[in-house]
Write a protein of this length. Structure first.
Lengths: 274, 304
């Protein structure tokens, strides 16, 4: 019985025709490795600091920058990774001490990643500007091609110095007094909320005010925080204080106002510029 | 062991409902204003009463733990009195038209027998159990004469930072019951849908707030719903609100004790009746909106 013989699939894949077709199909794709051609083998890779920082080669401050370079390679890519808090063994020693990055003694993956603390800007082929954004520790990694393959040629531990902020809680209200917003304080007499103040606080237009990022709350007159024990002229509850605050100090925006009586009067408050 | 009648039987049992018609109090009191800030997640709230029907669809997945302190045959989830199931539903039924908090974990302590009576040692045991379980709010729709055993348990709970919400009583002008009179407890009066004090609500100078307690619809053992009236019904409603408030305060790391809570309720309730704190309403009605507004941090000090 004669049957048509077909070329096996494996032979198709290695045939000159298939290789030519594959080359044509991938010709337009970027070649990641091509950027790293020309490596100078045998020279030690070294990351150094160019900006003469006084904080030490491995430290930068929040909102400051450092310039790092890796010599010995004509093309270098950079990346940053967060450093992880390390699990500790039964003796209380960390499984992996910070900096021992080439020693794979990490027995247990870290559980709490720290926030990435750097903004990285490639300025040249072999140097990078790193901005300290948040306090913490990060790894700064230089990548180059060695013998035709990308390799982490140098890793340094960078510490971003600054006040360590508590972990971000997504459920927690953001900055209680955002910069640029106003704080509307309805000042009332000490004690339970009276019917007129209740009516004011229930006005629908306050929702619109809050939606604009402003804060609204009532304060008993003895709760109004005034610096240096001074008194606010004209403060006669119920009334309205419009405040601009930076979170540390508040300042009056205009005089003491009468308490809004309706939605239109509340909406008119939106005309006030922070 | 003293056995006393600590039950506060509902002064009125109204209609039964197969499907929940919804409590009038939820929209009228604007519970949504406080729910928008926190739903009670992370808070364990205990209802110490006649037990609770864990098979009720609105409670089946809400009660996380139950315990019987009365030695009843049926155990903590056999509520033949129906009072406890009603109170549990008001605190945290899955149906948001019935229960105030859908996020909290409910703990059911049966400290009153099926007849509605309970020993003071059972009630104190229930309070200590709730505290040991990590409950942060305790609702007790019960009352009676003074008991040093119960006082000691309430004091222990309050000292541990737990808010103990207690019914004022249904004796009208007869004065606020114990343990509602204790400083370690927050006592609750009952008002109706017109914000007028219920005629049965106990009067006195030891009232900390008023809650909805007339014709309140909540869960009925075996399924369905029923309406009841009494300060027993106002108490779990306030306990539910306190659960929401506590969850919100916990988010802000701003937890307060019983005395601070009493002061807060005194300043953030809406005045009813005679101006200021009075013997009918206490400081006034506990408004979820006002509590929510009060959660906004005060402004930074003002420079003149």
């Amino acid at each position: 019985m004669i049957t048509a013989r077909r070329m096996p699939l494996a032979r198709w894949l290695v045939s000159p025709f298939a290789l030519l077709l594959g080359g044509l199909l991938t010709a337009g794709e970027p070649d990641f490795f091509a950027h790293y051609a020309g490596t100078i083998p045998g020279q030690p890779a070294k990351v150094s600091r160019l900006d003469g920082a006084s904080d030490g080669a491995d430290k930068i401050k929040v909102d400051a920058f450092g310039v790092f370079t890796a010599k010995g390679h004509d093309k270098v890519r950079w990346k940053v990774e967060p450093v992880y808090e390390l699990a500790k063994d039964s003796k209380g020693e960390p499984y992996l001490k910070f900096g021992d990055l080439d020693v794979l003694t990490l027995k247990k993956p870290a559980s709490i990643p720290q926030r990435e603390g750097l903004k990285l800007v490639d300025v040249e082929a072999y140097s990078a500007v790193v901005w300290g954004k948040q306090p913490g520790k990060v790894k700064l990694i230089a990548l180059a091609v060695v013998d035709g393959w990308p390799e982490e040629i140098e890793t340094i531990a960078l510490e971003v110095l600054g006040e360590v902020l508590p972990p971000v809680d997504p459920d927690k209200p953001v900055d209680p007094v955002p910069t640029g917003s106003l704080y509307f304080a309805i000042v009332r007499k000490t004690g339970p909320i009276t019917a007129d103040v209740e009516k004011c606080l229930k006005l629908e237009a306050w929702t619109e005010v809050r939606a604009k990022g402003h804060k609204v709350r009532d304060l008993m007159i003895n709760q109004v925080p005034v610096k240096d024990g001074k008194t606010i002229p004209g403060l006669n509850p119920p009334c309205l204080l419009v405040l601009k605050t930076d979170g540390k100090t508040s300042a009056l925006v205009g005089p003491v106002r009468s308490m809004p009586a309706n939605d239109a009067e509340v909406k008119a408050l939106l005309e006030i510029k922070p | 062991m003293n056995t006393m009648d600590y039950r506060l039987p509902p002064v009125f049992r109204g209609s039964n409902y197969a499907a929940a018609p919804g409590s009038w109090a939820m929209p009228l009191w604007n519970v949504a204003a406080l729910r928008a800030v926190a739903d009670g997640t992370g808070i364990k709230t205990a209802v110490l009463d006649t037990g609770g029907d864990i098979r009720h669809p609105d409670l089946a997945n809400r009660i996380v733990k139950s315990k019987d302190f009365t030695g009843s045959r049926g155990g903590p989830n056999d509520d033949r009195n129906q009072h406890g199931t009603h109170c549990l539903g008001t605190v945290g039924a899955a149906n948001p038209d019935i229960g105030v908090s859908q996020g909290c974990d409910l703990y059911c302590g049966k400290v009153l027998g099926d007849s509605g009576s309970g020993a003071d040692s059972s009630i104190a045991g229930g309070i200590d159990w709730a505290a040991a379980e990590g409950c942060e709010v305790i609702s007790m729709s019960l009352g009676g004469g003074y008991s040093p055993t119960i006082e000691a348990a309430c004091n222990r709970a309050s000292a541990a930072g737990i808010w103990v919400i207690v019914a004022a009583g249904n004796s009208g002008s007869g004065g606020v019951d114990y343990p509602g009179q204790l400083r370690s407890c927050i006592s609750v009066a009952a008002i109706d849908r017109t914000f007028r004090v219920a005629n049965f609500s106990s009067r006195g100078d030891k009232l900390d707030c008023s809650g909805p307690g007339v014709d309140i619809i909540s869960c009925k053992p075996g399924g369905g719903y029923q309406s009841m009236s009494g300060t027993s019904m106002a108490t779990p409603f306030i306990a539910g609100l306190m659960t929401l408030l506590r969850a919100a305060m916990k988010k802000q790391n701003a937890l307060i004790g019983t005395e601070e809570l009493r002061a807060l309720l005194g300043s953030r309730t809406v005045d009813l009746g005679t101006a200021g704190d009075d013997n009918d309403y206490g400081p006034g009605w506990c408004s979820p909106l006002m509590l929510a507004i009060g959660l906004t941090p005060p402004p930074a000090p003002i420079a003149i």
